[in-house]
Ligand binder design. Structure first.
Ligand code: F0G
Length: 423
């Protein structure tokens, strides 16, 4: 059995069991006894294991019976190099780890395969989460695949349409809460505390174990040569927690020789972690969150204390970028042919900002993590290109035409005419 410990005291609370329902108010870590003799060669990418999470089972959950794993062949996401993004960021050593290439279109699937497997193995009857959208879509899919009910609470006013559609289509019981994510989170934690449901948010320590594989997989793709920086968007701070834990474990096991610095990027209107960092992490002041990057529209991040540890241990940075900077970064990421949802592109905006400020040196190697697929938020993408979000430096407007050959020839010719701005 994996042990659950309180990361602040290092103690194993005596009441802890694998039933997360009863312990949703405590932030616990999973502590493993890793098998002896693990090396870089222990995680063969050419094995017939179809999951990029379970390839690292020995680092994620060595004790779970393989028959109890609920998987959709998640992970194995690409690590890109893009000339245009290197140029736009002034970072020749930039790579892009695209987590949008997961079964439900976001990194959430990596944590969900582990946490859903563990929750069901532990006897959970109903699985629940609050979500800005992606966690709900992911939980809905994994629960459906396992034949279990999922209950998801989404903020009514600010959930991107594709994520809502996914949760509905996968068959979850979808509750659209008249309130924000933070209030939905409080309610679902209370439901879990009363034992009504198992909590599948990233407060669940097995979510963190699965999300560690973003880092393990990227290190493997880089031949275990750790980059100087890993830059990622931050909301509820699950990834920040997971990345720090993954690096701590990779170093302790001798899989890497140096530890990358973590850079967590928030949206300006939802930046309580960045504000706390600027004050030396004295405390967390929660905020009322506002940003068009709805995935990270979170004012009371649950994993704050665990994320502080990750930033401190890696000499990390936490910064905020404006919605305008996110939109420009998104246009650049999309036009590079990679594409990602707005929240993901906060990471690229953050990498650019850190390079401009001279905090990231042009000589350094950087992996920027894109967390969600371009198709996750089509409404924001269209609103940007149609000029409904203010000035759009990369606007690309479609045209409606009659089904007439000469009209279409004329339209195509106009496209390339000087001054049209669509080249
Ligand atoms: N990027 C995307 C696309 C997300 O959906 C989220 C979080 C984050 C970044 C932030 O990650 O919470 O680990 O700091 N989405 C959650 C959800 C809150 O409900 O889907 P984090």
């Amino acid at each position: 059995m994996p042990r659950l410990i309180d990361p602040d005291t290092g103690l194993s609370p005596t009441e802890v069991t694998l039933d997360y329902g009863a312990h949703s108010h405590a932030l616990l870590d999973v502590e493993h006894d890793f098998p002896q003799g693990l090396t870089r060669q222990s995680f063969d990418p050419s094995s017939d294991q179809p999951s990029g999470v379970w390839r690292f089972a020995q680092l994620v959950d060595p004790e779970l019976d393989p028959d109890q794993i609920v998987t959709l062949a998640e992970g194995n996401t690409p690590l890109y190099r893009s000339e245009s993004l290197c140029a736009a960021s002034l970072l020749p050593g930039l790579r892009i780890k695209h987590e949008g290439h997961n079964p439900t279109g976001s990194f959430k699937d990596r944590g969900m395969t582990v946490a859903v497997s563990r929750a069901i193995a532990g006897g959970a009857k109903a699985l629940a989460c609050a979500s800005t959208g992606n966690t709900a879509a992911s939980l809905a899919a994994y629960a459906a695949h396992a034949g279990y009910p999922a209950i998801v609470l989404l903020p009514e006013a600010s959930t991107a349409s594709s994520k809502l559609a996914q949760a509905i289509a996968y068959g979850a019981r979808v509750l659209r809460v008249r309130g924000d994510f933070d209030c939905a989170m409080k309610i679902v934690a209370e439901l879990a505390f009363r034992g009504d449901v198992a909590l599948l948010n990233s407060a669940n320590p097995f979510r963190i174990e699965g999300q560690k594989t973003i880092v393990f997989e990227m290190l493997q793709q880089l031949n275990w040569q750790a980059p100087d920086w890993i830059v990622f968007p931050a909301g509820n701070l699950g990834n920040c927690t997971a990345f720090g834990k993954a690096l701590r474990e990779a170093l302790a096991l001798g899989l890497i020789d140096s530890v990358p610095r973590l850079a967590a990027v928030q949206a300006e209107g939802a930046a309580p972690f960045a504000a706390s960092f600027a004050r030396g992490f004295d405390r967390l002041d929660t905020v009322h969150a506002e940003t068009l990057a709805t995935a990270i529209k979170i004012g009371a991040p649950v994993s704050f204390s665990r994320a502080v540890r990750s930033i401190r241990e890696t000499r990390g940075e936490v910064l905020a970028v404006s919605d305008e900077e996110i939109l420009v970064a998104k246009a650049e990421v999309d036009r590079a042919g990679l594409g990602a949802e707005p929240a993901s592109c906060a990471a690229f905006a953050g990498a650019k900002k850190l390079a401009l400020r001279g905090i990231i040196d042009p000589e350094e190697t950087v992996v920027c993590v894109l967390t969600g697929h371009i198709l996750k938020d089509p409404d924001t993408t269209l609103a940007y290109h149609e000029g409904r979000l203010g000035e759009a430096s990369h606007a690309n407007q479609s045209r409606i035409v009659e089904p007439d050959l000469s009209e279409i020839q004329r339209a195509v010719a106009e496209w390339d005419a000087p001054g049209r701005g669509n080249a």
